[in-house]
Design a protein around this ligand. Sequence first.
Ligand SMILES: *[C@@H]1O[C@H](CO)[C@@H](O)[C@H](O)[C@H]1NC(C)=O
Ligand SMILES: *[C@@H]1O[C@H](CO)[C@@H](O)[C@H](O)[C@H]1NC(C)=O
Length: 283
Amino acid sequence: MGSVSVIGFLITAVIATDHAQNVDQGLFTKQMLLYKLNYQVKQMDQELFTRCPGFFTHPDHSSMGIIGRRAAYGDAFLDLEIKLASKTLDDLKKKYLMCLENPSAFRGPTTTKRTTTMKPSTTTYRENGEFGFKVLRAKNITYRNYEFLALEVRIPDDGQSKSVNWCRDYQLLCESLSRRPTGCGERFLSISGYKNCASDYNSDMRIGDVLSCNPSTRVAYAANLAFGDGKGPARSNYNAFGFHSCNSHTCQKSIQKSDTALSYMWGSWKDNGTETIMYTLCR
Ligand SMILES: *[C@@H]1O[C@H](CO)[C@@H](O)[C@H](O)[C@H]1NC(C)=O
Ligand SMILES: *[C@@H]1O[C@H](CO)[C@@H](O)[C@H](O)[C@H]1NC(C)=O
């Protein structure tokens, strides 16, 4: 894309975003608007991915469904979808401008050696790099017939990942211990978003459904077996996480924005969120 067409595209994107605030449009107009927004998000995502892959590892369009299907949910749902699409487009625009200003910073280390789908755990391949988790305690456990390494970790006060995003940080954490991240299980291997956790971040999803999905409650339970005689200190939805659904919008540098991918660390940001000790599992 030349710079003139980029600017033209950005202007179109801005207009579309502004339009989205107006919710008093007919159903058809709304559908068209949503369709346009989703198309632009897709284009922007692709462009950003091409220029600055360091922002994420995989352009994910799984959330952009077919318009007819969405219509079945009705008007209120459409409005919500439009809002979400506008917000996404807005975020992408900001990233794209950052990317244009400083392309070298976001070139990304993993474009040529991306992780392959469903690596067996015997592989010697590992991602390397810094990650935001500091391991406080580690313990091997067997939970519902699967072996896991339970971890107690500390996250940074600012809630920012050390690598490109928290999904990568979780992958790097487990791989630094010769393990793999894990979370939602086999049932979700065919569902876009969920399966990206395996293809992009090496999640071991071949664990039946033992951690359920989202995995927070079971991860907390397993961590408490490992560290607290079954009584504590991990709490569901608060400080216990595993992989849930991974894409460029759910895997971010901010821990709060990554909560759909690493579910859940609400204690780190919700209410008076000051919790910096978290629990997770590796395989
Ligand atoms: C867990 O088990 C593995 C394999 O048996 C072993 O190499 C590792 O040191 C153990 N880790 C801990 C924290 O006990
Ligand atoms: C917020 O956290 C601080 C530090 O843990 C605590 O002293 C304070 O009471 C908390 N406030 C609320 C409203 O929970």
